[in-house]
Design a protein around this ligand. Structure first.
Ligand code: BES
Ligand code: MN
Ligand code: ZN
Length: 498
């Protein structure tokens, strides 16, 4: 079991538990940190010399505290050459600091000061965000306690010693809401498919009503009435019924057009009749990471009472082979009226999104739409797991997403979207086919989506690489990353709130 984190903000005079300090190169401390270090006599200087620790980025020094100071252990984390830290640096640093707290420690104090001096309240909150995300683990289904678990505390008392604790605590209200949103998204992605099927996912999304989010759940009959033949075709071979959840947070002015986020929510993607190989198929329980991000984002925005009108919509299906399952060669009619020939039933995410994008655009006339989807293996081939693929019909929106990506560390790389690729998805029998072959696989998928958004500014984020099975980072040790919640919360805060 992971310990619960009790997070607080205290003055620089506070010290309880493991003490964590930052220094820049040549062992340079900020003024408050220097006063604390002075209480350790020459311990740090001697330990640093013995370990050849100079404060380079990525290095750290771990010492048992000498008698005379009431902490068990002091860890110094190097931050390298002094530069003004970005929010991304601070989130990462918070994660690194949390990683230095021993699993058995019941308390730790992180001194929120870099070599250059004290951090501003929002910078302290970013440190705390990184620490909170690093502390996450998904162990709901671990029933056996390991032997060393006996030593682990039930809660960790984690304090950030800083110049203005009450202002930092206030800033944390906003960042804490984002942390909760990321944690919610990770929990959803980590859940197995037998537990988190469309109906259960819809139920969990509906619990956002406790924060003032209005949630509607459309069932198969309602979607049939709307003519969502593409979404329904994907789910028709599944034992679990498809659902569409529409969430609304109206924190902005009445009557102002909303911004909209749409998520692919394939609760399990077996490939359908075009079945996937057994190897790694278990990862396809995470094929709803786009939808999980939308729910996490709605949570974050509602919990921090964002002054903006937002729509979140998630198409929830299970893609299974069965006697009733969709066949290659089938032709489906989308809600927009356009028809799609199914070549490969494993190219299902675009079918779900085609209907949800059209529905949201028509019903809400949003300022912009952004969809997130674990859409293609091809985007992993192109970009690996560091950047998500960004496809957009709007340069300004693309630019804003790139900036928000740099600020949060959830980075995006723009890919082409241009009519020349369209002929690759021409069909012999219908308006288009659902795959365009191996080459440019992430692009042809995006070209198909573009046909369902009209002129509305729109961006598609292909998060197949970043959303799951992500390489362990300083702010995540879990399989699911919760990718996109921080990015989109930042985009909304910087550009669309008033
Ligand atoms: N859900 C997969 C894409 C995926 C792959 C997500 C790996 C996460 C990790 C998607 O539905 C899919 O199967 N795409 C196919 C499309 C192909 C049949 C045109 C792919 O990428 O192979
Ligand atoms: Mn698939
Ligand atoms: Zn899929």
């Amino acid at each position: 079991m992971a310990a619960a984190l009790k997070l607080g903000f205290t003055p620089f005079t506070h010290r309880r538990g493991v003490l964590i300090l930052f220094c820049t190169e040549n062992l340079k401390f900020g003024p408050a940190t220097r006063r604390i270090a002075a209480q350790l006599g020459d311990t740090l200087r001697r330990a640093a010399a013995a370990e050849r620790f100079t404060g380079k980025t990525g290095s750290s020094l771990d010492v048992i505290a000498p008698s005379g100071i009431d902490v068990p252990r002091v860890v110094v984390i190097g931050t390298g050459k002094q530069t003004a830290p970005t929010s991304r640096d601070l989130i990462k640093l918070g994660g690194i600091a949390m990683g230095k707290v021993p699993k058995t420690a019941p308390a730790a104090t992180i001194v929120a000061e870099l070599g250059s001096g004290a951090l501003k309240p929002d910078q302290v909150a970013n440190l705390a965000l990184g620490a909170r995300l690093r502390a996450y683990s998904f162990d709901r289904y671990k029933t056996k306690r390991k032997e060393d678990d006996e030593q682990k505390p039930k809660t960790i008392d984690l304090n950030f010693a800083c110049a203005n604790p009450s202002a930092a605590a206030k800033a944390w209200k906003g960042r804490g809401a984002v942390a909760e949103g990321v944690v919610l998204a990770r929990d959803l992605v980590n859940e197995p498919g037998n537990v988190l099927f469309p109906g259960e996912f819809a139920r969990r999304a509906s619990t956002l009503s406790k924060l003032g989010v209005v949630a509607e759940v459309l069932d198969v009959a309602a979607m049939r009435k709307l003519g969502m033949g593409a979404l329904l075709g994907v789910g028709q071979g599944a034992g679990h019924e498809s659902k569409l959840v529409v969430m609304r947070w109206n924190g902005g002015k009445r009557g102002v057009a909303p911004v909209a986020f749409i998520g692919k929510g394939v609760c399990f993607d077996s490939g359908g009749l075009s079945i996937k190989p057994a190897q790694n198929m278990e990862d396809m329980k995470g094929d709803m990471a786009g939808a999980a991000c939308v729910v996490g984002l709605m949570h974050a925005l509602a919990a921090r009472r964002a002054k903006v009108n937002v729509v979140g919509a998630i198409g929830l299906v299970e893609n299974m082979p069965d006697g009733k399952a969709q066949r290659p060669g089938d032709i489906v009619t989308t809600m927009s009226g356009q028809t799609i020939e199914i070549i490969n039933t494993d190219a299902e995410g675009r079918l779900v999104l085609a209907d949800v994008l059209h529905y949201v655009n028509k019903r809400f006339k949003p300022k912009f739409m952004i969809n997130l989807a674990t859409l293609t293996g091809a985007i992993i081939v192109a970009l690996g797991q560091e950047f998500a693929g960004l496809f957009s019909n709007d340069d300004k929106l693309a630019e804003r997403l790139s900036k928000a990506g740099e600020a949060t560390g959830e980075r995006v790389w723009r890919m082409p979207l241009t009519p020349e690729y369209d002929k690759m998805i021409d069909s012999k029998f219908a308006d288009m086919k659902n795959t365009g072959g191996r080459s440019g696989g992430a692009i042809t998928a995006a070209q198909l989506l573009a046909r369902f958004v009209d002129k509305t500014p729109w961006a598609h984020l292909d998060i197949a690489g970043t959303g799951l099975g992500s390489p362990q980072s300083d702010t995540n040790k879990s399989w699911a990353s919760g990718w996109g919640v921080q990015l989109l919360e930042r985009l909304v805060e910087d550009h669309y709130e008033r």
